[in-house]
Design a protein around this ligand. Sequence first.
Ligand code: ADQ
Length: 457
Amino acid sequence: MGRLIAISNRTATQSSNRAGGLAVAVWESLKSTGGVWAGWSGDVCDGEPGEPQTLEDEGVEFLLTDLSREEHDSYYLGYANSVLWPVFHYRVDLASFDSETFQVYAAVNQRIASLVAPRLQQGDSVWVHDYHFLLMGDSLRRADWDGPIGFFLHIPFPAPEVFRALPEHPWIARAMCAYDVIGFQSEQDRANFTRYLVEEFHGEEGEDGEIAVFGTTVKAKAYPIGIDAEGFKQASESELAEQAEARIGKFLGNRLLVIGVDRMDYSKGLPQRFEAVGELFDAHPELHGRVSVTQIAPPSRSKVEEYKELRIELDRLAGRINGDHGDLDWIPLRYLARSYQREELAGLFKIARVGLVTPLRDGMNLVAKEFVMAQDDEDPGVLILSEFAGAAEQLTAALIVNPHDRGKLAETIHLALTMSLEERQYRWRSLRDIVTSQDINWWRARFLKDLQGLQPV
Ligand code: ADQ
């Protein structure tokens, strides 16, 4: 089997950065075949970026480039995070459309392609990740690479009506069709992309996800991403996990824990979740002093204006709910704007009676799967999951909610808190079976089979 060449905006050069789902999956794939992992170094330079840095670890070569200040502001903060991220999460209202940032986005795709292309050899397969590099397939073709290129989109692909809000949508779609295989998180995302090509460009659907369009054929399929299920279970049994359980245990006493863990992002539905918690305590005074809700939400992308506003909104809502309902010996809603280690999170999930995963839109949502794997077989907690997370297509035994319906969400939290042990076990076993059988290795193998199957034998 030939080498794998991965391209993603951020890489995981140090083993400590390889704890997240994507990083583990890409790293394991690269290690087994040998290969190159290219992306941004994380540094911003004055003037033009110089020669890329190369590092080597366990047979994997890292190829890292700095971004110029303009590239960082226009490609990364601008087009990727202030246009594509909001639009693909159905928040057209938050997008800062600007054709100049698109030019820089396209130029960065081309520049990184031109760094990677000379290192490609016959037999290699290229695997590009996420919305930062929608144009990378086309850029690599322009740099004369004619071997297989696959792309995996970690975030949702919106309905065609929303995608068309992007002024550049025809260019993006045409460039995406330079990929041989495009992977989506869910059937819904795949269907949105396919419908867009059929409606807009008279694409014709063939077998096994193939679409004939623009004089070429692209394979578009759902490959729902999984987690390192066994590894997460072990993390939940680690010493660090026990320490975290003990620390929160002191504060909890006999109270039941309801937990949420999310990057602080407007797609995660945090204000709606906080308001539902307020409604829960309004409607159920018998829960006062008996339930503790803890939300862990480390700030992300704090340079983008909408993220600053979200922080202010969450501070305000948490303050109000605790002011209305809290007591001398009870804080109803604890909100911690910081991050924890994977093992610590696993310990907190394990001790929780309810996991709240209620994004307004999410490609997959790995936290839902992590919560499942951390549960105690004998006394599992209940997962409450948004119908708008990609994970909802797989995790149908969760309590599925519409996160916009705050009254219903409050009642669903109540239902979860009062659910019988028998029903909790029954639902959890079904969830565990899916998360275990459709784990990160399953995801990687399915995608690479389609991508590497394109190589001449
Ligand atoms: P994210 O939007 O970052 O990922 P998610 O899938 O939930 O969302 O993954 C977050 C990861 O970060 C999880 O592994 C979680 O444990 C960890 N994490 C979250 N909060 C943390 C905290 N306070 N401290 C430490 N770790 C924390 C994007 C897409 C998702 C898609 C993934 C993978 O937006 O839809 O599921 O990529 O494809």
